[in-house]
Design a protein around this ligand. Structure first.
Ligand SMILES: *Cc1c(COP(=O)(O)O)cnc(C)c1O
Length: 394
């Protein structure tokens, strides 16, 4: 079984590029150049140099002893929360800004939901001296004020998306529309392994540094490169794609993808795409997405803004369909409790997205010598207000 994209960007039946004709020149320019650019030794040197000196990589692989005691397995945390800007998203934006520069682009556009990808994009635009516009749903702008302020400080323009539900999906539509109107000098930095070919593959390759490091770090700690389990939360799926990447072909490593169940899978307020979704096309890619019988996209819900996307990337749809990855889910309540538990047991406050991955520890029966790696995708500073309200901490 092949779990990687073929040359047309298909993972089994999922993926591809379903875009309006007006976008063909941009899409083809990227498709024809991304692999060559990424393989260029100068590019690699610059990318790796920035990951080391600007992002702070390698991120530590930390044996969480008190968490391990509690769940009766050897649990490691891959500390993406310690990256500059507080999550894994910067790995991808650094990579894409370097691609944009090599393609001679002068302007960058991006979409953002909670604002994390917008901040990571505004950051690398400041670094590279490129003009930056971030599209963000009007509702998200209102509820994510600190990230809007960060983007502005970093020199980005934040443009409200006022159509539809005024959230992430609408911001993505708006960014694609802006690209169609401004194709020549502009690059669109997508924030997850979603969208048309080559985005899912390109973003997964940039995030694959996560599992590349996990291999040598586990070798140092345990004398083996392979854990028994890799667990990661899935919104669009980029942190999971990076954590799974170098283990996809090693079927002894169990891959666990965790979706947000919101108020419960059958509550009507959920983002558990693999269970609730059907095959369809969103943002240029064939995948699994939440939709009504006549193909209208269903609004997802999760307490964590980073997980409420109505689809998953096409690679994840393929991993789900082939059962290469096991798809579990966690409710808002389960995630919040898991976030508090990690804070108390290990002194690490995780992002609420990440807390969903932690919440499945109690749902898997481990053997005592199982080695488990959880991808700690981000830190919880941005979520403090949600934690405060939920646990009455004020
Ligand atoms: C954005 C985000 C996610 C979800 O995005 P993926 O593409 O699924 O990784 C998860 N965790 C954190 C901390 C995020 O900021």
């Amino acid at each position: 079984m092949n779990y990687h994209a073929n040359e047309k960007g298909y993972y089994g039946e999922f993926g591809g590029s379903f875009v309006p004709e007006m976008l063909y020149p941009n899409m083809e320019e990227l498709q024809e150049n991304y692999l060559e650019i990424m393989a260029d030794p100068d590019f690699k040197k610059e990318f790796q140099g920035l990951l080391k000196d600007y992002v702070g990589r390698p991120s530590p692989l930390y044996l969480a002893e008190r968490l391990s005691d509690k769940y009766k397995a050897k649990i490691y945390l891959k500390r993406e929360d310690l990256n500059h800007t507080g999550a894994h998203k910067i790995n991808n934006t650094i990579g894409q800004i370097l691609v944009a520069k090599r393609l001679g682009k002068k302007r960058i556009i991006a979409e953002t939901g909670a604002g994390q990808h917008g901040v990571a994009t505004a950051t690398v635009c400041a670094l590279a001296g490129l003009d930056c516009t971030v599209y963000m749903g009007e509702i998200d702008i209102a509820r994510q004020a600190p990230n809007v302020a960060r983007m502005k400080m970093l020199g980005a323009r934040v443009v409200p998306a006022t159509s539809g539900s005024k959230t992430l999906k609408d911001a993505t539509n708006e960014a694609i529309r802006a690209w169609i109107n401004n194709p020549v000098d502009t690059h669109y930095i997508i924030g997850s392994v979603v969208g048309f070919h080559p985005y899912p593959d390109m973003v997964a390759r940039f995030q694959s540094v996560i599992s590349e490091e996990m291999k040598w770090q586990l070798k140092e700690h345990e004398g083996t490169e392979n854990p028994n389990y890799v667990i990661a939360c899935v919104g669009g799926g980029s942190n999971a794609a990076g954590a799974f990447y170098h283990y996809l072909d090693d079927e002894n490593v169990k891959l666990v993808a965790v979706e947000a169940a919101g108020k419960g899978v059958n509550s009507g307020e959920s983002a558990a795409t693999s269970i609730l979704g059907k095959i369809g096309i969103i943002h240029g890619s064939k995948t699994i997405l939440m939709q009504t019988a006549d193909g209208q996209i269903v609004e997802p819900y999760s307490i964590s803004a980073g997980l409420d996307y109505p689809g998953v990337g096409p690679q994840h749809a393929h991993l789900f369909q082939t059962r290469r990855a096991e798809f579990l889910n966690a409710t808002d309540d389960e995630a919040m409790e898991a976030g508090l538990e990690l804070s108390k047991l290990e002194g690490i406050i995780p992002a609420i997205e990440t807390a969903h991955a932690l919440a499945v520890l109690s749902k898997i029966s481990f053997k005592p010598d199982d080695i488990v790696v959880i991808n700690l995708s981000g830190r919880g500073d941005k979520d403090l207000n949600t934690y405060i309200k939920y646990f009455n901490l004020a």
